[in-house]
Design a protein around this ligand. Structure first.
Ligand code: SF4
Length: 144
């Protein structure tokens, strides 16, 4: 699915609504943008993302003027810029908002986000997905 088709726009709106609901929840989290969690080689953890999240992340990447997955520094997320900032921060996946940074508060309690994850999984199933895929591979597939 192109990220500019009407169906893609609806899916993206659903995913963005989930992100807004997450932001409105009383989770003790404070991302300061230190990008520690974006160093997969260092943390040993790579976010797994659903097709809807990949679609939104792809839209963010296109909005930044890029058409393809950027080359990444060994062990780092390909969305991480050389200045240490995320190039798709407003479009970053759910896991980047909830799971991967000690400094930001550590993993969000599962019971606080389970319903949102289930909605992302339901969108993934509607798009023919079968669960989360590691971020670089999911992005590559979404960008086509
Ligand atoms: S998408 Fe952005 S926030 Fe998420 S790991 Fe990559 S650089 Fe970090």
């Amino acid at each position: 699915m192109s990220d500019r088709t009407p169906a893609a726009a609806e899916i993206a709106a659903e995913v963005q609504a989930i992100y807004r609901e997450l932001a409105a929840r009383p989770l003790a989290r404070q991302c300061t943008g230190i990008s520690e969690c974006c160093q997969f080689g260092r943390t040993g953890r790579t976010p797994f993302i659903t097709k809807g999240e990949a679609l939104v992340a792809s839209q963010g990447l296109r909005a930044s003027g890029r058409r393809n997955l950027p080359p990444s520094v060994e062990g780092a997320c390909p969305m991480l810029k050389s200045d240490g900032k995320c190039m798709i921060y407003q479009h970053r996946p759910f896991g980047c908002r909830t799971h991967f940074c000690k400094a930001a508060g550590g993993p969000a309690p599962r019971e606080m986000v389970r319903d949102l994850i289930q909605r992302l999984e339901a969108i993934d199933a509607r798009l023919g997905g079968s669960g989360g895929v590691n971020l670089p591979a999911a992005m590559k597939s979404s960008l086509g």
